[in-house]
Design a protein around this ligand. Sequence first.
Ligand SMILES: [Zn+2]
Ligand SMILES: [Zn+2]
Length: 420
Amino acid sequence: MRNKILFAGCMILAVGVAIGYYVSESGLNLVDSVQAAGGGDTSGRAMMADPNGTVTDPFHYHPGTEPLGKDEIRVIACGTGMPAARRGQAASCFVVELGNGDKFLFDIGTGSMRNVMGLSIPADYLTKVFLSHLHTDHWGDLDALWAGGWTGGRTTPLNVWGPAGSREDMGTKYAVENFLRANNWDYVTRAVKISSVPGSIIIHEFDYKGINEVVYEENGVVIRTIPAVHAGDGPVSFILEWNDYKVVYAGDTAPNKWFMEYCQDVDLLINECMLTPEQLMRFYGQPPQRAMMMQQDIHTSAQAFGKIASVLEPRHAVAYHFFNEEGTRYEIYEAIRTTYDGPLSMADDNMVWNISRDGVTERMVVSNDDAWDTAGPTPPPGPDHKFPHQESQFILDGRWDVSDVEDPAFADFKEKHGLK
Ligand SMILES: [Zn+2]
Ligand SMILES: [Zn+2]
């Protein structure tokens, strides 16, 4: 983790030196930080003028401590790795927060909910999920959001947008309906004990062949899709526009003509960038043919990533979908740099970007490994009594009577809260 943070810091400095790009808004400017702390030194070091004062942290975002400007966007990488999600890097997931209060999840890959939890965002604000495609590294943690958000205080159904497939059994509706079928025991037992409404999922399926078609439009936010070229018909890329900003989330895709046509004038370009063929062989155990297939048929190589970014000229480009560490990132970075010299992040989990008129900043999230659910303003609904009791007399008769220890222990609690 320390290496990752150091690398992120070095990336900011390197980019800043190389192309005059700098950290500038939201009080994140190093110079502002120093002056806010009461110092006049502009050498770039944070300063604490008062021995009992506070010190700003220009390289990190601490969730829950920093309001998002009304005109700003914050994007947080909660999963940036590969399908074999590892403890240090989950599979694809990006949380997009807008200054108007709207929040969206783009993909919810395996393992990513651990990072989402660290953001301390109330479950009621995380009800809109956009799936780029149905590989589990892009939706494998839907169960954690669905049930965890439910027990964590979500009061409304979850909404999932995703592409229809080329056949009914290859589409999002099929996938999510069968997800709910598979989780029927979970659903029924929670519905009868807690509430049923937050356990529903409203599915918004759209045509994957739509070209720059609107799939979401509300509150000044427009989300469009274009087809992606990835392993089979169905995958899409998302284009979010709000407040004259544009964020593109490519999902998985080989370079394609729709992307180059509709993803121009983009503020933040999040595009996959695969491990190099050598890395796929050395570290991922793939034979050469498969390594090349991964590079050229179904994903985007580092060189192609650079070419895409060079042509689209985003304000900031984000490469993700590779195991990011000392042994891999420099080789991928150098390959990208053969075709692109603009602002670039080599994404890792818990990297965060703030987009404003002044610039795009990259920092790392420092979040709480042990964060609890954060309550929103709406109290959760009660149990749904339309569901019959799920415990038979056989099971109820199996209870062992412990009232002799529990009744005295809980008497005060029951009286205090008016319980029988
Ligand atoms: Zn995929
Ligand atoms: Zn993927």
